[in-house]
Design a protein around this ligand. Structure first.
Ligand SMILES: [Zn+2]
Length: 257
């Protein structure tokens, strides 16, 4: 029987996304990592992403999440890092919201986004091609925001990112939390699993294993509250879940060995 690559646990079946009912999901009974029995091919995924980009006229839609200016500021603040003068990579830049905030804070920013065109104001910071990325100067910080859940081979992608960092450089990764309160209460109807492009949905345990296997050390889970809403009441309740580590998102900072 196939074992979980993060914890060695066994799987049970989990509901397929509505858009792709033949893409069968599985969930580790032990670490709660949710993935596909057979991962989709890059071509199958490209088809869904292209549809999403066209539908949303380049804004990204579900392909890139919805990280806006408020969230970006709050996320950067939660890391406790001063980004001024640091060389930063926004890996999977989406619509560029995080990059704009980093630029406003005085960081030296490069955006990497293989899907969709560069926004006109970020064109000179933007690269679409993986080969170009491998040829640039190493980074102090890589932001990997709501991207790892889309990777077919997450360890391979994290190893590639590891190679892009300077020694002691840091990776900030965010992804949905498969052991968050909403995921626990939703059973097999957790909305993040409805998104067919979410190939791997991590718990903290699974994410830590993935990052360790990719050559990262000094892993710290960020529990400092990040604002995802303009509503004070919503933000207050969310901040309690975040401090307890049972909110809908995982945020981890890791260092290159
Ligand atoms: Zn597992």
């Amino acid at each position: 029987m196939e074992k979980c690559k993060w914890c060695g646990g066994i799987f049970h079946c989990y509901k397929s996304p509505g858009l792709k009912p033949d893409w069968v999901r599985k969930r580790c009974k032990s670490c709660c990592y949710i993935s596909y029995k057979t991962p989709p091919t890059p071509d199958q995924l490209d088809e869904i992403y292209l549809q999403a980009w066209q539908k949303d006229r380049g804004v990204g839609g579900f392909a890139t999440g919805s990280t806006n200016t408020l969230i970006s500021h709050s996320l950067i603040q939660s890391t406790g890092l001063n980004c001024k003068g640091l060389r930063c990579l926004d890996y999977g830049a989406g619509s560029g919201a995080l990059s704009r905030v980093l630029i406003s804070l005085g960081a030296d920013v490069l955006c990497y986004e293989p899907y969709g065109p560069a926004p006109s104001d970020l064109a000179s910071f933007w690269i679409q091609n993986q080969r170009e990325l491998n040829a640039v100067e190493p980074f102090d910080l890589v932001f990997f925001v709501e991207v790892i859940e889309h990777a077919i081979e997450p360890v391979a992608v994290c190893r590639d990112i590891n190679q892009l960092l300077k020694h002691g450089g840091k990776l900030i990764v965010t992804t949905p939390n498969s052991l968050g309160l909403t995921a626990r209460l939703s059973g097999q109807s957790w909305r993040e699993t409805e998104n067919a492009t979410h190939i791997g949905l991590f718990s903290n345990q699974a994410l830590v294993q993935c990052l360790r296997q990719s050559g990262f050390v000094n892993l710290t889970r960020l529990k400092r509250p990040v604002r995802y809403s303009n509503s004070r009441i919503k933000s207050f309740f969310l901040s309690i879940l975040q401090i307890c580590g049972i909110d809908g998102g995982l945020r981890v900072i890791a260092e290159k060995k």
